[in-house]
Design a protein around this ligand. Structure first.
Ligand code: PMP
Length: 407
């Protein structure tokens, strides 16, 4: 079924060995945040124990060592997503901060009153609200590309939405609710025909799919470490150098400057221009270990295994009477969002939790998706490399038991 040794991989995640409410934990919420292997945790600890110091500014051994380790991760990220150079990789707090940075700085550099930004109907709030805030500030407008009931973007409508005022399209690579793998390469090609830039939200994609930002020709690509087996509090913004060079800094402070007087400040070169203040040093270094971990397993092998889990779970869930899976179409990844006729999603989530099964319930930070289907909430299960077919069987059996109880 897979060449991966899942039993051995699970040993790297001791948190999964515990019981909650006296039941073996089954963690099906990795789309919210994945668990971290011991290799990542040990790396963070090692930095604290052996060579912690503030980076870039130290004329001493610890600071130098920490700086070397930190900057090596930047090179690793270049390789991981096939960026053109290390100047194109900015470390942030997470996807949310990466998008806020682009919305602010791209907005300042390139957006005039009356301009338009295209978002899709399936975006996470993190890829909606920063653009609305920028649009409000600059007098720009948001235009929405809808999706059809089967969870596909209506790409054929995209060209009709683009006009001479359109400046940027922001789109999820993989939807956090529907799991749809969007045809970002095709969207970017269409956008570029009209000189429109594209930001791809890769938060749900990088741990499931091999990503090549140059091949897809993304102008910006953003993601979080904590969804791909790394520490929380660390994110990445990839941006094309020629764009980042034209954009003003997002935050001011130490590190991002070249020279400061009370009359005038000149800014540092890329990527430091966008990295004000002390970053999450230990987090970034341990994130490097997470990338290494994933690459050792093989992103494609992990993706194939997770796809098997997804297909198996989908097939089992569809056997349940009253099951509604949102966006049930084949090109998807990582998540299944559903409701069961006549049962409140919150009740299901709470009772599954008491059975040791961690799922996500509610609006999934994607109100427009809920509005599309006319629902106020849903249940989402999501998979990572440490999940198993046995866990899915236990989950589906638990669900069937609950349905009898709750109906
Ligand atoms: N975009 C998508 C598609 C997501 O799934 C998430 C996390 N749920 C985010 C953005 C925001 O990521 P973070 O909370 O790590 O900033």
């Amino acid at each position: 079924m897979t060449t991966l040794d899942i039993a051995r991989i699970r040993k790297d995640f001791p948190i999964l060995e515990q019981k909650v409410y006296n039941k073996p934990l089954i963690y099906l919420d990795s789309a919210a945040s994945s668990q971290k292997p011991v290799q990542v945790l040990r790396k963070e600890e090692q930095l604290h124990l052996e060579y912690y110091g503030n980076i870039h500014r130290g004329a001493h051994f610890l600071a130098d060592r920490a700086t070397i380790e930190f900057e090596a991760v930047r090179d690793q990220v270049v390789g991981f997503i096939h960026a053109g150079s290390r100047e194109e990789i900015i470390f942030t707090k997470g996807t949310t901060e990466s998008i806020n940075l682009v919305a602010f700085s791209f907005g300042e550099a390139f957006i005039q009153a009356g301009d338009e930004i295209i978002l899709t109907e399936m975006e996470h709030h993190a890829n909606i609200v920063p653009w609305q805030m920028m649009a409000e500030r600059k007098g720009a407008n948001i235009v929405v590309l809808p999706f059809s009931d089967d969870g596909r973007l209506e790409i054929e409508r995209l060209e009709g939405l683009i006009n001479e005022k359109t400046k940027l399209i922001a789109v999820a690579h993989v939807s956090n609710t529907l799991g749809t793998i969007n045809p970002v390469k095709q969207i970017i090609a269409k956008a570029h025909k009209f000189g429109v830039k594209v930001l791809v939200d890769g938060a749900q994609a990088v741990k499931h799919l091999p990503v090549d930002v140059q091949e897809m020709d993304a102008d910006f690509y953003v993601f979080s470490s904590h969804k791909m087996y790394g520490p929380n509090g660390v994110g990445v913004l990839f941006g094309k150098k020629e764009l980042l060079e034209q954009m003003p800094p997002y935050q001011g402070g130490g590190e991002m400057i070249s020279e400061v007087t009370f009359q005038k400040t000149t800014f540092n070169e890329l990527p430091y221009k966008f990295e004000a203040g002390t970053p999450h040093i230990t987090g970034v270094v341990a994130f490097g270990e997470a990338i290494h971990y994933l690459q050792q397993l093989g992103v494609a092998e992990v993706a194939a295994y997770e796809h098997q889990l997804l297909e198996y779970a989908t097939q089992k869930l569809l056997e349940i009477p009253g099951m509604i899976i949102y966006g049930a179409q084949p090109e998807k990844s990582g998540v299944i969002t559903f409701n069961i006729d006549g049962i409140h999603s919150f009740d299901l989530g709470t009772m599954l939790d008491k059975m040791g099964i961690a799922v996500r319930t509610g609006r999934l930070c994607a109100d427009p998706v809920m509005q599309h289907y006319g629902i106020t909430g849903s249940v989402r299960v999501s998979f990572a490399v440490y999940n198993t077919i046995d866990e899915i069987d236990v989950f589906v059996a638990a669900l069937k038991k609950l349905i009898v109880m709750l109906r």
